[in-house]
Design a protein around this ligand. Sequence first.
Ligand code: GDP
Length: 295
Amino acid sequence: MFESLSDKLDSAFKNLKGQGRITELNVASTVKEIRRALVDADVNYKIAKDFTDSIKEKATGEKVINSISPGQLMVKIVKDELTELMGGSEAELDLSGNPAIILIAGLQGSGKTTFSGKLANYIKTKKGKSPLLVAADIYRPAAIEQLKILGEQINVEVYSEPENKDAVAIVQNAIKEAKSKNKNVVIIDTAGRLAIDEVMMTEVANIKNAVSPKEILFVVDSMTGQDAVNTAAAFNQRLDYSGVVLTKLDGDTRGGAAISIKSTVNKPIKFVSSGEKMDTLDVFYPERMAQRILG
Ligand code: GDP
């Protein structure tokens, strides 16, 4: 599918080649191709249409300098616009507070626990801080075990209370523990469900209200297409999160979800994650993602 995205853009740009001026007529057919290509890459139709309308305005009638072909100019315009659409520049992670509190939320299977481990590793190795991971999943003992295994791999302590069924109390106790052990960042891996449900949302919202995290990161599988956008909207409505994490970008996806989610919830994408190794977490750079989407 993604080969065809670049192919489509390529052929669209080739249509413009050799013409000294980008006219309304040839831009119209080119933007149609771009729109189709974006929709194929999982960008929501309305968002793709708004995007290509703005491209059309920018490109129509723009003079082409001798050294630049219309195709290249078009690529530049599209890339710049895609970059803007995804936030322009990278978003900071707020690590203020002692401890700084980061709440991780998302559906089961989205890659929440894996990301929590990667984030702890990133904060430890790249930010020079001392994180504590908290397993706040009161339903699945396996989730606690999984986080412990990751914690061992990266040499980060994991706080859990397997017998306690009160997620808010576990988190509050974990924060006390962090203070007593001089840990300056607390990363809370919360329970997820296969689909959005009221119990899960209320539980995460209760944790949020009890400990006022500076960062609430919503984790979403980038391969889930339009579902990713709907889930992002539902979580945002309930949690008003501070950032999005796109996982599983190593898979067969070009990243169209990044555009749809950013345009729908207007929250910055802060990290992208690919693979299961603990050192494969990347800060989200809109320009790099624009390049990836363009192919
Ligand atoms: P959680 O239920 O949201 O905590 O999700 P997990 O962290 O347990 O991840 C679910 C599955 O996806 C596991 O098998 C992970 O190994 C896998 N996984 C997580 N993140 C990634 C990723 O970035 N790329 C790939 N390929 N697999 C991932």
